[in-house]
Design a binder for this molecule. Structure first.
Ligand SMILES: [Cu+2]
Length: 325
């Protein structure tokens, strides 16, 4: 065999072995949600939805592999067995075979039905947002995200981290050493509890964006005037990164998403700390009803705390306000 022929065979065999490499990689890729160098297969993610997507994908892939082996095997066999040098003569009278036509129509239909059944049940589960323990409202803006923990009074905006922003504006080509997560870091991460069914309501304020974290297994459009739903239940703690997945303007590539999933207890601590941060430092206690020009009285922080906790009634305004003279 000539060198060129050997090379062709090598490339062909390597290409056919791709699914096997991808399969072999699956075990290592599962330990991290971040993509790895030379990763061939999709990630398995950290939710039931992402695992569903992964298994549907592998199911279809193996069907494709079987079809590939059968079709290319039959072609290879025919080309080898009935080659010209061995005196093979083409059958010039053959036009069609009804039997074969039925087979190559029915077999693909059966395969499609076999794939559609599990895919449909997984898709239905994906849209079932019932019985969620909490709701996070996600709003897309040019070019950042806003997260509101509904009913908790906690909200934040999340935009590209300063370091990525500085690098991108400097025009230099960053290396992994400059920034391990260049353009995939934010100032405020979305903190979520693990083992909890979380419902998302997703919308946008200006143009269409899409909220996408691959490890969660779905993406959802964020459309102005429309509220889309999605849900997740993250199985293991970790940091999961994503990006806006809808071309939304010149800085579309600079509105990453970072989810930090933590155990439930840690999430409660974080939530309490956020609430304390958001609480007004000094509630305005009974301001003077009429403008007397006097400075407001010094507020007792302990009393403010009691008022916030509801153990101390606020002083009636009439009592605190000095009589205007
Ligand atoms: Cu966007």
């Amino acid at each position: 065999m000539k060198a060129g022929r050997i090379k062709q065979w090598a490339v062909g065999i390597a290409a056919m072995a791709m699914p096997v490499f991808a399969y072999a990689q699956a075990a290592t890729a599962a330990s991290s949600a971040d993509p790895v160098r030379w990763q061939l297969n999709m990630g398995q993610g950290v939710t039931s939805q992402s695992l569903n997507a992964y298994s549907a994908h592998m199911y279809a892939l193996w069907i494709c592999v079987a079809i590939g082996i059968l079709v290319f095997g039959a072609m290879g066999y025919a080309m080898w067995k009935f080659r010209h040098s061995k005196g093979a003569v083409p059958d010039k009278d053959f036009t069609h075979s009804t039997k074969l036509e039925v087979v190559w129509t029915v077999v693909p239909i059966v395969l499609l039905v076999l794939m559609a059944f599990p895919a449909t049940s997984k898709l239905i589960a994906m849209y079932d947002t019932r019985d969620s323990a909490m709701t996070v409202k996600v709003t897309g803006y040019q070019w950042m995200w806003k997260y509101e923990y509904l009913g908790e009074g906690v909200q934040m905006t999340s935009r590209l981290d300063r370091k990525s922003d500085a690098i991108r504006q400097s025009g230099t080509q960053p290396t992994l050493a400059d920034h391990a997560h260049y353009l995939l870091d934010v100032d405020n991460v979305l903190v979520l509890p693990t083992q909890t069914k979380i419902r998302f309501v997703i919308t946008a304020d200006d143009v269409i964006h899409a909220w996408w974290v691959p490890a969660l297994g779905w993406k959802q459009d964020a459309i102005p005037g429309i509220v889309n739903e999605a849900w997740t239940q993250i199985e293991k703690p970790g940091v999961y990164r994503g990006q806006c997945a809808e071309l939304c303007g010149k800085d579309h590539g600079f509105m990453p998403i970072v989810v930090r999933a933590v155990p439930k207890a840690e999430y409660q601590q974080w939530l309490a700390a956020e609430k304390a941060k958001n609480a007004p430092a000094a509630a305005p206690v009974a301001p003077a009803a009429t403008g007397t020009g006097t400075a407001p009285a010094q507020v007792d922080p302990e009393m403010v705390e009691d008022v916030l906790e509801g153990t101390e009634p606020t002083a009636p305004a009439a009592e605190a306000a000095p009589v205007a003279g």
